[in-house]
Write a protein that binds this ligand. Sequence first.
Ligand code: PHB
Length: 400
Amino acid sequence: MKLLKTLVLGAALAALSVPAAQARTVKVGVVMTFSGVNAEYGEQITRAMELYLKLHGKELGGNKIELIKRDSKNPGGAVAKTEVQELITRDKVDMLAGFVFSPNAIASAQLATQAKVPMIIMNAGTAWITTLSPYIVRTSFSMWHAAYPMGGYAAKSLGCKTAAVGYTDYPPGKDSLEAFTKGFEGAGGKVVDQIPMGSPAQVPDFTPFLQRVKDKKPDCFYVFVPAGVHAASLVKTYSDLGLRDAGIKLIGPLDIIQDTKLQSMGDAAVGMVTMGHYAADYDNPANRAFVKAWHEAYGADSTPDFMAVAGWDGTAAIVHVVKTLHGKIDADKAMKALEGWKFDSPRGPIMIDPKTRDIVQDEHLQKVVKKGDRLAVEVIDTVPAVKDPCKELKVGKCAQ
Ligand code: PHB
């Protein structure tokens, strides 16, 4: 009887793992910014990817995932495209992942189509990126996810009759302007100024842009600038120029209160209202486990942010594909495996919309508050299961 039990158990275990001879290594080309002022983006996402693989690698049943990292250096698109080309032709990667800046994803999308390589976008937020290749899946967000509902809240519950919109002048910034304006004016507000505020490649001096806002005296100032050094500098200038004292509310997507920068923003950030899908403070079991594992791996002083969560969830998506296809990656089968894929993310429940291959997630109206000597993010209200409004409303290039 004991022998029979041992044999049955042995057979069950053998069925779960792949014999060494058949074990496959799935190569994932990871293209992100690893140098320069935005090197932190690449670090956040790869740390999350590596942590996920460390904790969940055994689910691959003997198969392996190898991450091959390449530095896209800047938001220009050209370097990223060359890296992707080399990853496909020389390294023969099975999948692509990463893509922080939209122009880098936009420049690379056609290569994914031509080579039939699944491309998992872990940040780039321009809404229509997912329409550029049938092999793109996004685990981050569309700029419309936050900006469109925020427009409605601003007009209806944040006391904004008028608003100025400031944006970094490239695709996700233009998307943010369009999405906020549609939500805000649709709910009765009036956008009184639209201010392009430099390029994503360098942090501009925000003083002239914010002085223009101060002179215009709108009730609210909706801003999209890339997270990190742009956002930290913007919040500082907002405070230094006295816009808050002038009664102009600073609102925006979660990028402007990135967890890694929030504490250093100090009291200037208190009272800021943003719309977003993640903060390290979110109190749910998946996030508590994620933040704990992060601290154990990277130290108590390190905090994950929304980019890390997109990397974590994107890696869960890759693991799901590798498991489903037993390590033999075929782009069409990978897309089928991800259609409608659901995951218990640290941000809350997520799904890949089978129609658009974009993420479906809750969006939270949230406020920065002071708790003791630290800044905290407090959720005020939630819009559940938001599908990219740009595609839902069929706006411009999203209407495909
Ligand atoms: C983008 O380029 O799409 C992008 C970059 C930084 C962000 C958000 C979006 O914080």
